[in-house]
Ligand binder design. Structure first.
Ligand code: GTP
Ligand code: MG
Length: 406
């Protein structure tokens, strides 16, 4: 399920780990080379300089160095300048030996430092990935955003990912051996934060509210009527008494469609005439359920576009009159990026409590789940996985996240 979203997420983790690893090594190389060169440059002269200096420019060195070194003993040694020249001629090997001891101070230190770095930390650095920058994360999104968007992941969701990745990864030292785990954890947490919008325990609600009223609403053909039949079976399996309300009095054959499901499942359907008040059908179904000890009323409504003012007003009336416990928005996952727009408009109009995402069996993209959850901050209640009565899965945020990253 949601193979494409899953692939995008897993590829992304690999890509970010790669960004942290590869350029880090290169960067280290880039940074180290000049240092190494410097050190080498400094090292070579230490070994070779004495000979060259002594051979080519002995006088200069001796003039400079001894003066500095002999500052403390000036008078005694200043006088015998001739002796100095003698020494130069006679003892050329001793002088360079002294130079090597004293001159290298500025050279020896960095050399030691460098040895230490490479000896103790240098190796470690090769194992450790470099620290990611904000630029790295932005570059990653520049390159991969389109892939996510074609899988119906909304821009807002991507921005949330970008923010989380920056907060959790930028400038953090990550050991190479744990990089995949570390980056995957950030993805896991971010995904979970998006889809974990609260748990709806239908059995508990049915017990408490008895009868629990759920009104199903959404776009034309999104799968409302089919979902009602499937949720009815689900609740019956849990031992609940269910009644259906044929609240779609608008579309031709809608009442018969619900009745067919009712017959197949052995469930009572409360209906009025076509063109009658949808709110009144639901109201009657509730009275019937109350007086007959039913646990759950599942109410169908006509499919509508959120731009259709009259039908949206009718829906508002159904909600106002019956005050359902759960307003369930049924979203066709194939709707793609429009799913967010639908969810937001319906939520604005009536206040959605939860979502059923249908046709996930024929849509491997999966991004709609994230987009809708993030847009209206409401939980996914079920996922439709086919056309049969049992093709419905209670949405489990933890399991979803685990599946997406495994
Ligand atoms: N493959 C698949 N098809 C589904 C799923 N859910 C619904 N369908 C199909 O989608 C079509 C429309 O389903 P309905 O339940 O009639 O949709 P609706 O929202 O009630 O439609 P209107 O009442 O016309 O607005 C039917 O052919 C269903 O079998 C699903 O999860 N997977
Ligand atoms: Mg219908």
């Amino acid at each position: 399920m949601f193979g494409r979203l899953k692939k995008s997420l897993k590829d992304s983790i690999k890509k970010i780990v790669r960004i942290a690893e590869e350029p880090g090594v290169r960067k280290e190389e880039k940074e180290k080379k000049p240092i190494e060169k410097k050190v080498e440059e400094k090292r070579k002269p230490i070994e070779k300089k004495p000979k060259k200096k002594i051979e080519k420019k002995p006088e200069k060195r001796i003039e400079e160095k001894p003066e500095k070194k002999t500052e403390k003993k000036p008078e005694k040694e200043e006088k015998p300048k001739e002796k100095e020249t003698e020494r130069i001629e006679e003892e050329p090997k001793e002088e360079p030996a002294e130079e090597v001891k004293e001159e290298p101070e500025p050279v020896e230190e960095p050399e030691k430092e460098e040895k230490e770095k490479r000896g103790f930390f240098g190796l470690g650095r090769k194992i450790t990935t470099r620290r990611l920058t904000n630029r790295d994360i932005d570059d990653f999104f520049d390159e991969n955003e389109t892939e996510f968007m074609t899988n119906n992941v909304a821009v807002e969701v991507l921005d949330f990912f970008r923010k989380n990745l920056k907060e959790r990864l930028v400038e953090k030292p990550i050991k190479r051996s744990q990089a995949s785990k570390f980056v995957a954890q950030v993805f896991e947490d971010t995904l979970f934060e998006i889809v974990n919008q609260g748990d709806i325990n239908l059995e508990k609600m049915a017990k408490e509210k008895k009868p629990l009223l759920m009104v199903f609403l959404g776009f034309n053909g999104s799968g409302k009527t089919t979902s009602i039949a499937r949720v009815a079976k689900y609740m019956m399996k849990k031992g609940k008494k269910v009644v259906l309300a044929a609240g779609d009095t608008f579309r031709a054959a809608s009442i018969e469609q619900l009745e067919v499901h009712g017959k197949k499942l052995g469930i009572r359907v409360i209906k009025h005439q076509y063109g009658s008040d949808s709110a009144a059908v639901v109201f009657d179904a509730m009275r019937f359920a109350e007086s007959n000890g039913y646990d759950v009323v599942l109410a169908d409504t006509a499919g509508r576009m959120h731009t259709d003012k009259n039908l949206m007003d009718e829906l508002r009336k159904v909600i106002r009159v019956n005050n359902p416990h759960l307003k369930v928005l049924v979203v066709d996952s194939l709707t793609g990026n429009d799913a967010v727009e639908q969810a937001e408009r319906f939520h604005e109009a009536v206040g959605v409590d939860s979502v059923i995402m249908t046709k996930t069996d024929v849509n491997p993209k999966g991004g709609s789940i994230l987009s809708v959850c993030y847009a209206i901050k409401k939980p996914i209640l079920f996922i439709g996985t086919g056309q049969g009565y049992d093709d419905i899965i209670k949405f489990d945020p933890k399991k979803f996240v685990k599946d997406m990253l495994s």
